[in-house]
Each structure stands twice: as structure tokens, then as C-alpha cells.
Design a protein around this ligand. Structure first.
Ligand SMILES: [Mn+2]
Length: 432
């Protein structure tokens, strides 16, 4: 017997993958985990007659010789016991879009860096799907939509969009989907959200605005990730972490959400023993207080940015600069000759200002062109360090309406980074 399984606390992508997998493994039996996100649970209970499945208690494990894992690459996240894996060594197939080493080693492994696992199946079996019902199309599209936040996460790929278009053609119902993907908040969820909003923390780490809140949970609460999503939208931070503390069990559920594509939440979650995507992830930690966890997360955010592009990778050097006594006319010639739009002004090795094309607007008469730069330069200079993140630079530029930042290391000018350098980064035009 073949079974199709997915991770505990299944979301729509997990369940949609499970049912779309049936079009690939025709005789396999889908097994629904006992813990489901509440919106998935209500979807399945309303559509009970349309989706056939079993739960783990109703099957004889001894008869299972092949396990098809979907939307997870790790045995520890599914409900089948470890002892079954060790003693029976079933054949394992894995279909997933999460990065990382699969466990156990599968005999068939389908991985793609893509918005949802459902997309993997839709791509593979589109020919077999001509007969799918509008209900199935709706569920499958819910899977894609949930994991890509309605095709808006940066992890969304053309494949996700094509699969979504196909499912719409097959009658996926967007208003049904809307109801299930934006479920009403339960009173418990609302209380937690209000708790978090009472004193939302806000701090700067590595140029990101970060909020790390901790809330003590009374009893089990479904759908904490929805709460954190809402929270991060309201407080409008780049990165939000929620630490949900369950005192009796001395454990914390950590949920993270990144709204900038420069910061990878899953890298933090992996270090905490969990997992996820660049934009969202979670982890479960035992025996650590929320306070210690906060410090830990702060540290991980600080070092986490090291994997991404830093100012030192983007900046230009050596830097052309002028002295405060250089005349405006000489600067104008330098700009014309080299195509510059601005340069730092340096005196005794120290940056004392920046002169840019915009400052020439202050030149009213021809004779002023013989005046020194120091009369026109912008001396309220902002700097950036070589190990700062691109985000920090962009924020400084936007906030102060400037187009370039001198890069300073140990008091010395070592480079310059411009607005167009940062755009190159955002549009992935960096030379390798
Ligand atoms: Mn998924």
C-alpha cells in the first residue's frame, strides 16, 4: 500500500499537495494529519463528500510499503512513527519546495525553488488534470495562494502563476477561496493580537526595523501565523518575530515574518531548529525563556545579514574626491568628464561634505563658479560602513533625500555607494 502524508499542522499547500499527488500516485491513500490549521479544517469539513482520505489510526502501518511525503522533506514533521521508518524501511518519495537535506534519503526526490508544493504537482500532471472538479481546483489554488500570499511573496515564480491560471480555468472559485484564506479571527487570536499591539517593540538591527514580541499563551491557540502576519502589517516593520510562550510546558513557539526580500527568515529559524521560507517561518523551542530567546534572535538577525550582499560588495572604489578649496568650475568639469553626479569633499583625509549636481542649483551667477566647493557642498554628511546592509543604505538615502553615501571604515573613506548601485542590487543585476 502507498500512502501520501504531509506535515503536522497542515496548511492549504500541504493538503492541496496531498490531494493533487493522487493524480500522480493513483492508488495511494492520502492521510490527513490530526493537526490541521483551522481554516483547512473548516474547508475539509464543508467539503467532506468531495475529498476522500484516511487518518493515521485507520490504516495498518504494516501494509504500507511506500510513503510519499509532500510539502516537507523531513520525517520528523510527519505523523508516522520513527520506529516504523527504522524497522520497516519503506520506500520514500519526497515532493517539496523547502530547502534542506531530505530525511530519510528518498528513492525519488522532486524539489524546486518555487512558491508552493502544489505547483510542483500541477506542473507535472497537468495532462491528467483535465477532469478535476471546481472544488479540487479551488483547494489546489488555495494551496498556491496561501504559500505565496496570493502570488505576492518574492518567492512566487512564473510556474506558480501559470499553475494558478490553469486552476482558474478549471473553475477554482476565488470567493470561496477568499473566505477560507482570510478566516475570521477567533476570540483567542484577537486577544493575542491586542496583547501584542499594546506595547509593540520596535528596534533597529542591521538596518532593518524589527519587532520581537512575546506573549504568554493560555491553552492552545490555532493560527498564530495569521496573527503575526496581521501584526507585522499593522506595526509596519521589516521583520517581525512573535514568541509565544507556553508556561506549563516550558516551550516557546517562535514565528517570524520578513517583509523585505533581503532578509531570510528561514536562516534564523533553521538555527532555532525550525524551518520555513525566506519570508515566513517557525520553530518550537523547549526550556528557553522568552527573554533568552529574544537575545538569541537579536544575535541571529545581526549575523544573519552576513549571508546577503553588503555595502562592501556594491560600493565603488577607489573614490574620486575633491578638496574644500576646489572651485565649482573644476567640479563641473570633473562631473562632465567622468560622468559623475556627485563626489565626496575630503580635507586631511576626512570627509567633510558631499558635492553633487543638485548643489549647482545654488549657483546663481557665473562668477560664483570660481568660489570654492565648501560654499555649496552639503556638509551634513551621512556615512555608511562596509559591513552594513543595503537596506540601511537605502533607508538613509530615502530619509535624507540623498543619492550617495561615502563608505567609511576606521575613519577612512574607502568607497562610495550610490542610489543606482542599490537599484542594481534590487534588480539582481549584480555581476557574479
Ligand atoms: Mn508549502
Amino acid at each position: 500500500m502507498d500512502v501520501i502524508v504531509t506535515h503536522r499542522n497542515a496548511d492549504f499547500d500541504a493538503i492541496a499537495s496531498l490531494f493533487s499527488a493522487r493524480y500522480y500516485y493513483k492508488d495511494a491513500i492520502p492521510i490527513i494529519p490530526r493537526t490541521l490549521n483551522s481554516n483547512v479544517r473548516s474547508f475539509l469539513s464543508i467539503h467532506k463528500d468531495y475529498f476522500k482520505y484516511e487518518d493515521i489510526k485507520s490504516i495498518k502501518l504494516l501494509n504500507v510499503n511506500r510513503v510519499i511525503m509532500v510539502d516537507t522533506n523531513n520525517w520528523s514533521r510527519i505523523e508516522l512513527p520513527d520506529s516504523f521508518l527504522e524497522e520497516h524501511q519503506p520506500e520514500v518519495h519526497i515532493w517539496d519546495h523547502h530547502m534542506g537535506e531530505p530525511y530519510p534519503e528518498p528513492s525519488f526526490f522532486r524539489y524546486k525553488k518555487i512558491g508552493s508544493t502544489t505547483t510542483l504537482f500541477i506542473e507535472e500532471i497537468q495532462e491528467n488534470l483535465s477532469q478535476i472538479t471546481p472544488m479540487e481546483a479551488t483547494l489546489f489554488l488555495a494551496g498556491i495562494y496561501e504559500d505565496t500570499s496570493h502570488l505576492s511573496f518574492p518567492s512566487t515564480t512564473p510556474e506558480d502563476m501559470r499553475a494558478s491560471a490553469f486552476l482558474l480555468e478549471k473553475g477554482a472559485d476565488l470567493s470561496v477561496l477568499r473566505n477560507f484564506l482570510r478566516p475570521a479571527y477567533s476570540p483567542a487570536q484577537k486577544n493575542i493580537l491586542f496583547d501584542m499591539l499594546k506595547e509593540p517593540s520596535r528596534e533597529k538591527i542591521n538596518g532593518y526595523t524589527v519587532s520581537i514580541s512575546d506573549v504568554e499563551l493560555r491553552g492552545h491557540v490555532q493560527g498564530l501565523s495569521v496573527v503575526l502576519n496581521m501584526f507585522s502589517e499593522i506595526v509596519n516593520v521589516d521583520i517581525a518575530f512573535g514568541i509565544f510562550y507556553q508556561k506549563e510546558q516550558n516551550k516557546c513557539i517562535v514565528i517570524g515574518r520578513s517583509r523585505t526580500d533581503g532578509f531570510d527568515i528561514s536562516s534564523v529559524m533553521k538555527k532555532l531548529g525550525g524551518g520555513g521560507h525566506p519570508s515566513a517561518g517557525s520553530a518550537l523551542i523547549k526550556g528557553v525563556s522568552p527573554y533568552e530567546l529574544k537575545e538569541w534572535i537579536r544575535g541571529l538577525i545581526k549575523t544573519g545579514a552576513r549571508g546577503v550582499v553588503l555595502i562592501r560588495d556594491l560600493m565603488s572604489y577607489p573614490v574620486e574626491y575633491v578638496s574644500p578649496e576646489t572651485t565649482m568650475k573644476e567640479v563641473a568639469m570633473l562631473f562632465r568628464e567622468k560622468g559623475f553626479t556627485g563626489v565626496p569633499v575630503v580635507q586631511n583625509g576626512e570627509v567633510v561634505g558631499v558635492i553633487s549636481r543638485r548643489d549647482f542649483k545654488k549657483v546663481r551667477k557665473e562668477s560664483q563658479l570660481h568660489a570654492p566647493v565648501k560654499a555649496f557642498m552639503c556638509s551634513n554628511t551621512h556615512f555608511i560602513g562596509p559591513d552594513d546592509s543595503v537596506y540601511k543604505a537605502v533607508k538613509l538615502m530615502i530619509k535624507n533625500d540623498i543619492g550617495r553615501l561615502p563608505v567609511i571604515e576606521k575613519g577612512k573613506l574607502i568607497g562610495i555607494v550610490t542610489r543606482s548601485d542599490t537599484m542594481r542590487y534590487f534588480y539582481d543585476l549584480l555581476p557574479n
